[in-house]
Structure formats: structure tokens, C-alpha cells
Write a protein that binds this ligand. Structure first.
Ligand code: PMP
Length: 372
């Protein structure tokens, strides 16, 4: 493909920076053991399904009308959930939501990025970040993490001071490494961001926040001290609702108000709002399930280490492990045995999502076969 799409004699004016690019996404293959996109392996329980179905039916009766544009009831429910999960009290005007946290962070970039501005993250990290920058015409710079995937507070602060970005994106726990950031590091980043001429918004992307280990804090705890901090979360992972597309964010009311400017009208459908609110009623049971996924994560880490693999510390529902001279061969060998994981991260590493005990047993057996 030459990069300039044509239809007969008609040339489409594709933006030059998009020419030849492929859409983002991991392979969606039909294999027995899916451990490649950090989903929750457990489908919603029957009582959750029943509540979702009933509330969607009620919403369906009003679908001739546009939904609540400001989804205030959902924002209240999300604030109540965050209080339960993190002990941090928020008002609904400190909460924002969209169709997945990808869209939430795109809103941040639409409001605070743009031509002539720069967004910054620290690699290796989530590979969608440069796409938010590209799609909003924002400049993109990647600093580096340390060899153990942590972020050095002074290095991060110095990079911000040198560059003067408008947006900093920090995933914690980070994808694909699993690394959580201590509050001290986030404070150092916020300190430098506070001195950026023209201002700088810091997004701490806690898509995997619920899986953090005991003693690892959430950036929500320091939200009240920082009007330029936004903490992004999702219902795709811990809640097991990746298919429903609901992400959200907590920040100062003024920051949320800026996001309201750039959202499309009625971007969150009445059906989506109903699904989210129905699932949030079951947050206590879902949190118990997260506990068992954390335990499965920790035992996967232990097993990999005891079998001689190198494993990155993980506060998430996935584990980055290696090192392989030919990681593609290992990935393919697992796939040939019905186990799909992700070939991602620095050379030599592979990432496996935490599944059910049965799925992890299949992963372990296949990995031993492929590597021994
Ligand atoms: N942030 C990180 C770090 C992720 O890994 C993902 C999903 N893979 C997302 C955000 C986006 O998830 P969603 O749009 O489903 O909320």
C-alpha cells in the first residue's frame, strides 16, 4: 500500500502522519486460553447479569430520549465506589467518565494538549499514549524508566523541567511492566509540573489500580492537594466489564469542567450508564474476586522465579517475564498449545495476563514444554 488511499481517480486527503499506519490492537484469536489483553477471566456473575439486564431494560424504555448528558447519577455512584475502594471522599463534580479510560485520557489530551504543545511519558509504557498525542496533534516525547522499570523521581522531574510539557501520562501500575509508582515519585513529578510555564496536567493512569499490593497507595490519596492531578480508572479490568466500555477519572472540579468542553454531546449512552450503575451495586463481591486474582498473580510470579525466569515486580493483573533470545518463538510455541499471551515490552520479555487457576496451569505446562 503506497500510503495514499485512492478510489479510482479520487484521492483521499489522509493526514500524512497517518499514511501506512495500522489500527492499534492485539490479535483477537479464537484459542482456549486467552491471556493477552489483561482482561478479567471471570464473566459477570449471574446476579450481576440479572441486574444489568433489568436496568438496561428500564433504560431501553427511555431510549427515544437522549441520555443524561452529565450522567450525574453515575458520577455519584463512581465517587461512592472510590470512597469504598481507596478511602478517598470525592464529590460528583470531581468525577468524569467516558467509553473506556482510553476515551477519558483522549479528552484530557483534547483539552490540554494540541498543536504546539507536548505530552510526555516514560517508556516502556502503554502503547496507546503516543496515539492520543498523534490524534490530537500534540507533540510526543518519551523519557526512560530505569532498567528495573521504576521511575527515578529526580530524573522524571528534570525531564519535565527541561521539556515543559502540557500533559504528563504516568501509568501506575504500568503496562506492560506491572510497576507501581510510590507517592513520592508522583509528588516529584507534580512538583516539577507545577513550575511549568503555562501549566501542566499530570494523569496517573490507574487502569490496574485495584490490583495493587497491600501498602501500595493510590494517587487518589493526594488528589486534594493537586488541582493539576487527574487519576484515571476503568471498569474494564477489576470489574470485568471490558466489553461495556466504561472508564472514569477523578480530578479537581475545574479540570473536570475542561473535559466537559471537549466531549461529544451524549457521549455516554443511556445503556452504558445503566450497565455501569448496575455493576457498581456489586462492587463488594467484585473486590473479593480481585483478591483472588491478586493471589493468582503472586503465585504466578513465584512460580516463574522458581523456574529460573526473570520477572518484573507486578502490582497489576499481568506479569512481564523473560528473558528470551527469541521471544517470538516462545510466544508462538504457547499459541500452538492453545495459550495466547502478548509479545510486548522491551526485547526479550513477554507479558501474561492473570487468568483462572486452570488457565494459569495450562500456561505453566505449555511454557515448560516450550522452554525445556
Ligand atoms: N491504561 C492502561 C495502562 C491500559 O493498559 C489500558 C487497557 N489495556 C487502558 C488504559 C484502557 O482501557 P479501557 O479503555 O478499556 O478503560
Amino acid at each position: 500500500w503506497a500510503g495514499i488511499p485512492t478510489l479510482g481517480a479520487v484521492t483521499l486527503p489522509l493526514r500524512p502522519e497517518l499514511a501506512g499506519l495500522q489500527p492499534y490492537g492485539a490479535p483477537q484469536l479464537d484459542v482456549p486460553v486467552l491471556l493477552n489483553v489483561n482482561e478479567n477471566p471471570y464473566p459477570p456473575a449471574e446476579d450481576v447479569v440479572a441486574d444489568i439486564a433489568a436496568d438496561v431494560a428500564a433504560a431501553a424504555r427511555g431510549l427515544n430520549r437522549y441520555p443524561d448528558r452529565d450522567f450525574l447519577a453515575l458520577r455519584e455512584d463512581l465517587a461512592a465506589y472510590l470512597l469504598k475502594e481507596s478511602g478517598v471522599a470525592l464529590t460528583p463534580d470531581q468525577v468524569w467518565a467516558a467509553n473506556g479510560s482510553n476515551e477519558v485520557m483522549l479528552h484530557v489530551m483534547q483539552a490540554f494538549g494540541g498543536p504546539g504543545r507536548t505530552a510526555l511519558s516514560f517508556a516502556p509504557t502503554y502503547s496507546m499514549y503516543p496515539e492520543y498525542a498523534r490524534d490530537t496533534g500534540t507533540g510526543w516525547v518519551q523519557g526512560r524508566r530505569e532498567p528495573d522499570f521504576t521511575l527515578h523521581p529526580a530524573t522524571a522531574a528534570a525531564t519535565i523541567t527541561d521539556l515543559g510539557p502540557s500533559v504528563v501520562l504516568l501509568a501506575s501500575p504500568n503496562n506492560p511492566t506491572g510497576t507501581a509508582l510510590p507517592l513520592g515519585t508522583i509528588e516529584a513529578v507534580l512538583g516539577a509540573a507545577g513550575d511549568v510555564h503555562g501549566g501542566c496536567v499530570v494523569v496517573v493512569d490507574e487502569a490496574y489500580g485495584e490490583f495493587r499490593r497491600a501498602g501500595t497507595p493510590s494517587a487518589l490519596e493526594i488528589l486534594g492537594d493537586h488541582p493539576n492531578l487527574a487519576v484515571s480508572r476503568t471498569m474494564s479490568k477489576a470489574f470485568g466489564l471490558a466489553g461495556a466500555r466504561i472508564g472514569y477519572l477523578a480530578a479537581a472540579p475545574a479540570l473536570v469542567d475542561a473535559l466537559r468542553i471537549v466531549r461529544l454531546p451524549y457521549h455516554l449512552s443511556g445503556v452504558t450508564q445503566a450497565v455501569a450503575r448496575a455493576a457498581l451495586k456489586h462492587s463488594v463481591a467484585l473486590m473479593a474476586q480481585v483478591g483472588s486474582l491478586r493471589a493468582e498473580r503472586d503465585s504466578t510470579v513465584d512460580w516463574l522465579r522458581s523456574h529460573g525466569f526473570t520477572v518484573a515486580e507486578s502490582d497489576a493483573n499481568f506479569v512481564l517475564f523473560g528473558m528470551f533470545d527469541d521471544r517470538h518463538a516462545v510466544w508462538q510455541g504457547l499459541l500452538d498449545r492453545g495459550v495466547l499471551i502478548r509479545e510486548v515490552g522491551p526485547p526479550g520479555w513477554l507479558r501474561v495476563s492473570v487468568g483462572t487457576p486452570e488457565e494459569m496451569a495450562a500456561f505453566r505446562a505449555a511454557l515448560l514444554e516450550v522452554t525445556r
